[in-house]
Design a protein. Structure first.
Length: 97
């Protein structure tokens, strides 16, 4: 399922969106996972955002809104500085306890 995901006011077209919960310190926490494409032109903005690891996540169509950190992250490419390069990113965000 595709889903619009907003992370700190940056809108991402999430592919293969999945919503789940995890238990941490006895508390049920929201977890969302999705894939997304990153183009050469957006690489710097995306990676700068991800390095912050302190997010306000909103998924409007699911009425979700929570503070989160990265639970898991991967990318298909490490050098998106080449013109016309596109990378596949996978991101899992978990609600802060």
């Amino acid at each position: 399922m595709n889903q619009k995901v907003i992370i700190n006011n940056l809108t991402i077209d999430g592919l293969n969106f999945h919503e789940d919960t995890v238990t941490k310190e006895g508390k049920e926490l929201h977890k969302v996972s999705f894939d997304f494409k990153v183009k050469h032109d957006d690489y710097h903005d995306i990676t700068t955002l991800l390095y912050q690891n302190d997010f306000l996540v909103k998924v409007p169509d699911k009425n979700l809104r929570f503070s989160a950190t990265i639970y898991n992250y991967s990318t298909s490419i490490t050098n998106l500085y080449e013109e016309n390069a596109v990378g596949d990113f996978k991101l899992e965000l978990v609600e802060k306890a």
